[in-house]
Design a protein around this ligand. Sequence first.
Ligand code: UDP
Length: 370
Amino acid sequence: MNAKYDFLIVGAGLYGAVFAHEVKKAGKTCLIIDKRSHIAGNIFTKKMEDIQVHQYGAHIFHTNNKEVWEYVNQFAEFNRYTNSPVANYQGEIYNLPFNMNTFNKMWGVVTPDEAKKKIEQQRRANYVEHPQNLEEQAINLVGIDIYEKLIRGYTEKQWGRPCNELPAFIIRRLPVRFTYDNNYFNAKYQGIPIGGYTAMVERMIEGIEVKLNTDYLVEKSKWDSIADKVVYTGPVDAYFDYKLGVLQYRSLRFETEVLNIPNFQGNAVVNYTDRETPYTRIIEHKHFEFGTQPKTVISREYSAEWKLGDEPYYPVNDKLNSALYQKYKALTETEHNVIFGGRLGEYKYYDMDNVVEFALQKVRDVLGNM
Ligand code: UDP
């Protein structure tokens, strides 16, 4: 083959950027295209009032994987931000994730033993040996009071479905701890790139040609002809023209506002866990970087039902969608020159560190076979 590029990378998000960086380092040529008007996919950040605003929702890098941590640190210096969101339930404030501070506020218990007894009591009343859904799993983990005040409303708003129709694993993303530790993640390494994620991605793809506002699927065969291999990080069902059906997503909508005060809520993330408040959380961006600017920027985050044409954010990992994805996955295996990757390309609820890890694995694999 004598195509112009060794690789065409569709999507300038984290997966595409890592892949492109490695390809270039190995002496291969590549072109990145993205249908949006900017790079960095959903980790895109942009300055407003001298504050880095996370345009597609809060992103906090966290990982246990030392290699991944060292990898991203090549492209940015990370600050010491530790995610410790608070939950606001009808004006009552609780610490997250579920820990001794939460249990103390909820029940007045002081020692881990007292907290365990309280949860055990509530669990016994509702115990299910093999939790089949998020509701059963949540009650097993933390009891009914926490489920009712801090989980049920938030989760149903976020996913637009009752908790007993959602998979148990979603709630197992959150730690339950019997220490007074408000760190949301059980990760060894955590932080936010100083200067924003966009600058980090810019550094990853330095020296690589990028075409923005370019929709691969509109002229697929033209783009396919210019490269030997394609790395596709868009929605997998869109690639196949939805021929087996449409995979569902949850979408998000943000209302961003500049306020003429220095501090609106005293924390980067406040979750509104009751069902009545229409948004799921408010992000105050300056607190991700310990900002002292005179103004502040906040984003109210609304979860939204997704329909074709909306921005996809979260794959819906229920049985129906998982089964449909498996069928698409079988199709991807027949596309020998195309690599499908990332949250959309693999229809997986990946965190950023997973994306980096899997992109690195894949690109090494592919380069090794060239
Ligand atoms: N969750 C909850 N209450 C909260 C925060 C999270 O019930 O205050 C549940 C909810 O079901 C959510 C899941 O935990 O979907 C995972 O939350 P996470 O913060 O990991 O979601 P992400 O940051 O990926 O949106």
